[in-house]
Design a protein around this ligand. Structure first.
Ligand code: KG4
Ligand code: ZN
Length: 345
């Protein structure tokens, strides 16, 4: 029987426990401390660390019950080693090391960002060839080439804000609750996407040589702020839905244009989109339209597997076991800036 892999995720504010066997997701328990951070308008690492500590055992117990297995049935433990917040990562890896030691099982410290792409294999099957992965979240935007053995080449990343971060900042500007991303998504559906011409960062011809696969969203965020301020200074009402729709359209345009250009450049026929921001409906819709037009297969996991979860860590752990990668040394440390090319520590 294929090994039962336990995945533990604690890189940000979600305590995620996933159980995977033979490409099948048996349980996916998540506890979030997002509400505890709302009044600060951003994640407070100390609060998140404490919440992980409190949620770890109950979330693990819930996942085991859902899967109908005992802790002793777990064959392999996988945990996020980075990138992420040091305190939260430390709580997760400490729990994973304790479990692996107590159960005498191999332990894999894995890369959170790569896991955001690999989780799609639980839904749409193994990557049978090279895929282009667009991983977009509150902390990241990266274009990666991932081959069938989970070898990763980083093509580009954001030079400043991540898309989720830009959404959360624009959300604050528009007076929406934290995190603003989902609120802007909802508002945008009532607005006109081409009402306001916001800039598309790093898409000019002069940027193509160096930044074809890099992103920049801070100029866009500033442009939205200036536009809103100008309306307020003029004593005119701010058309929130049109601002949200035009801003969302700019982000989705840049992400999908660059991802499909990278597919064409590297002759890749499949685009995988993952990470918390891939919940965004403007991105999903435009990616579908443009992939269909370009003859590229689009793979996006369902929203609950796009946000941080333990299933993605278990999926990546299982992929590493599958290809015979040796486990991590028991004394590995967390790495808040773990390079994207390092799939396992
Ligand atoms: O991957 P994730 O759960 O956590 C990180 O690793 O960052 O992503 C959360 C981010 C937040 O910035 C949130 O506002 C954004 O993803 N987000 C959205 C949507 N759902 C979540 N942004 C835009 N539209 C959405 N529907
Ligand atoms: Zn994430």
């Amino acid at each position: 029987m294929a090994p039962l892999v336990l995945g533990i995720e604690t890189s940000c504010d979600e305590t995620g426990i996933g159980l995977v066997r033979d490409g099948e997701l048996l349980a996916d328990g998540v506890a979030s401390s997002v509400d505890e951070h709302a009044r600060f308008g951003g994640i407070i690492p100390e609060i998140a660390s404490r919440a992980h500590l409190e949620a770890m055992v109950p979330t693990l117990d819930r996942a085991l019950t859902t899967a109908g297995v005992d802790l002793a049935d777990v064959d392999v433990v996988a945990v996020t080693a980075g990138p992420g917040l040091v305190g939260p990562l430390t709580v997760g890896t400490a729990a994973a090391k304790a479990l692996a030691l107590a159960l005498d099982r191999p332990l894999y410290g894995v890369n959170h960002i790569i896991a955001h792409a690999v989780v799609d294999t639980l839904v749409h099957g193994p990557f049978d060839d090279r895929v282009m992965a667009l991983v977009v979240s509150g902390g990241h935007a990266s274009l990666l080439l991932v081959d069938a053995t989970v070898h990763v080449t980083e093509l580009g990343s954001t030079l400043d804000d991540a898309p989720g971060e830009a959404f959360d900042k624009v959300g604050r500007l528009l007076g929406l609750p934290y995190p603003g991303g989902p609120h802007i998504d909802r508002l945008a559906r009532e607005g006109t996407p081409d009402a306001i011409a916001f800039p598309r960062g790093l898409t000019a011809a002069k940027d193509q040589a160096k930044h074809a696969a890099n992103f920049s969203f801070s100029g866009l965020k500033t442009a939205v702020a200036r536009w809103v301020e100008a309306r307020q200074d003029a004593g005119e009402p701010v058309p929130l839905a049109d601002v949200a729709a035009s801003f969302s359209a700019a982000v989705a345009d840049v992400l999908t244009a660059k991802a499909l250009a990278a597919c064409a450049r590297h002759e890749v026929g499949t685009l995988v989109v993952g990470g918390g921001f891939s919940a965004n409906s403007q991105l999903r819709d435009l990616a579908q339209v443009r992939c269909s037009a370009a003859g590229v297969r689009l793979r996006i996991p369902p929203v609950r597997l796009c946000t941080d979860n333990g299933a993605m860590i278990a999926a990546l752990g299982a992929a590493l076991v599958d290809r015979g990668v040796p486990p991590s040394p028991p004394d590995f440390g967390v790495d808040s800036t773990l390079p994207l090319t390092q799939v396992v520590v």
